[in-house]
Design a protein around this ligand. Structure first.
Ligand code: AR6
Length: 204
């Protein structure tokens, strides 16, 4: 659903700050990147949290996002009645430097039904991108959904995530997204996502 614009006091959302903001490019490859760092520090339109069904906060990146956002975020999340696996909900960002938080629920990885896990992971990415586009977000930073506590192997999660991002950005709803980044934190994720990137966004 749509929510009203954030407070006018916030600076315009940029990925790395105005001095390093690249000229928006039409090339699909230039609109997607893997970055390593702390997602709570990014001044993008929306960051995507790796949440759980309750949307009541937790450990990992979810804990870091709630700590940095302050108690207003949890208060708003409490009004949302949770979120199904493979879906996402959007809130304001409170004390975070971004404008919005999209709370996505990836699957707990199932070794018995990895295809189901992949469908749910894909859907968590796609729903988040649709929410971002519907709310006028131009720059979106994803956490590496499900690759921590939820046990999704990074080498399997990376191609699923990048495939979903590519498909969305090539479609009508993806046209207004200037930049999508996947924010990795640990080395295993940095390597897995960087190895998958050229397979889905090959150099032109
Ligand atoms: N910035 C960017 N990435 C981070 C940060 C950070 N500050 N901190 C951790 N990561 P996880 P999940 C990476 O476990 O697997 C929570 O309790 C981390 O290295 O946060 O989807 C929720 O409430 C990993 O690659 O999320 C749920 O209950 C990635 O974020 C459950 O965990 C995701 O790991 C969700 O598990």
């Amino acid at each position: 659903g749509k929510i009203p614009p954030a407070a006018a006091s916030k600076p315009p959302p940029t990925l790395l700050g105005p001095s390093t903001l690249p000229t928006p490019s039409k090339s699909l490859n230039d609109r997607v990147a893997i970055v390593r760092g702390d997602i709570t520090k990014l001044r993008v339109s929306a960051i995507v949290n790796a949440a759980n069904n309750s949307l009541r906060g937790g450990g990992g990146v979810d804990g870091a996002i709630h700590r940095a956002a302050g108690p207003g975020l949890l208060a708003e999340c409490r009004t949302l009645n949770g979120c199904p696996t493979g879906s996402a909900k959007i809130t304001r960002a409170y004390n975070l430097p971004c404008d919005r938080v999209i709370h996505a629920v990836g699957p707990i990885y199932s070794t018995h039904d990895p295809e189901k896990s992949e469908r749910e992971l894909t859907s968590a990415y796609t729903t988040s991108l649709k929410l971002a586009a519907d709310n006028g977000c131009k720059t979106v930073a994803f956490s590496a959904l499900s690759t921590g506590v939820y046990g999704y192997p990074s080498r399997a999660a990376a191609p699923a995530a990048l495939s979903a991002v590519r498909k969305f950005m090539k479609g009508e709803d993806g046209k207004n997204l200037d930049k999508v980044v996947i924010v990795t934190f640990e080395k295993k994720d940095v390597d897995a996502y960087n190895e998958a990137l050229p397979l889905f966004f090959p150099p032109e």
